[in-house]
Design a binder for this molecule. Sequence first.
Ligand code: IPE
Ligand code: IPE
Ligand code: MG
Ligand code: MG
Length: 322
Amino acid sequence: MTAQRIQDTVAEDFARVNDLIIERLSSDVPLVEKIAQYIIESGGKRLRPLLVLLSSQAIGYDRDDHLKLAAVIEFLHTATLLHDDVVDTSDLRRGRSTANARWGNAPSVLVGDFLYARAFEMMVELNSLPIMEVLSRATAVIAEGEVQQLMNVKNPDVGEDQYMEVIHNKTAMLFEAASHTGALLAGASTEQEQALKNYGKHLGLAFQLVDDALDYTGDADAMGKNVGDDLAEGKPTLPLIHAMANSSEENRQLIRSAIRKGGLDDLPAILRVVNESGALEYTMAKAREQAALASDCLKTLPSSPHASALEMLTEIAVERVS
Ligand code: IPE
Ligand code: IPE
Ligand code: MG
Ligand code: MG
């Protein structure tokens, strides 16, 4: 199964989710609508809504609320991106100027708040306390993850465990919430609910590990984001953490000082050290490990095109270049 086949599995629903997303962006305040539309319509892989569609249907869901749930999750994701680009001072997202680069930090933060709020309005319409519980908890954990990461910025003593906790909270949590709530909506058995929840967690961890490798090795055109953003912010991600533990004293000091300073002056030297130390291979091996754990979780599901698509996503997550 290819990426295209995955989309095909849920093509009609996918189109309906997109329509619903656009419809529910409406606001009487023109700037709110403009910025919200700008980011939502600039594309994005729509991976998390895809997870909702596939997870619910892998359990045999056959009504329509999965569309609304998928839109809710994409709104939550988009809100985190608006905030994240302000915090990371990023100026490129989805191949375009970020909202903060175009309109400034204040409107970006406020429209991010609007998207959170709209997501919660729609969540209430779903009328499921268990789903609300998972999504409200996930939203809090994502915010905590972003704050934990902020506390780690410019600190070269952050270790692998701390890093894994941050990426679990800031990224894997929403993947987990997507597949978990998809299962809840479909009335999954306890065993299947746990399996899909864990699937999302491991897939999300794999996804962010790859993202952090791509921040050093990726292609800005393919990613639609700048390369080197993490170093510029002084973020101690796994490629740097592993390189520091596996380099000469001189190179270790080079990385420590680059993390403390932030900025891109040292990028070429850092890239050389990161490459020599095998840290990118290590990061990708960790991603593959998480993808394999995600794949293991699917064994409890009955076979279906949707389950196969979830399986395929574990491969795509590690092979991706964008
Ligand atoms: C970006 O997520 C934020 C991370 C967790 C790395 P995506 O790579 O899914 O972003 P879009 O929605 O496709 O732009
Ligand atoms: C993404 O973190 C996580 C959230 C948006 C909560 P990053 O800062 O690594 O993602 P990109 O690289 O900006 O997409
Ligand atoms: Mg960022
Ligand atoms: Mg990143």
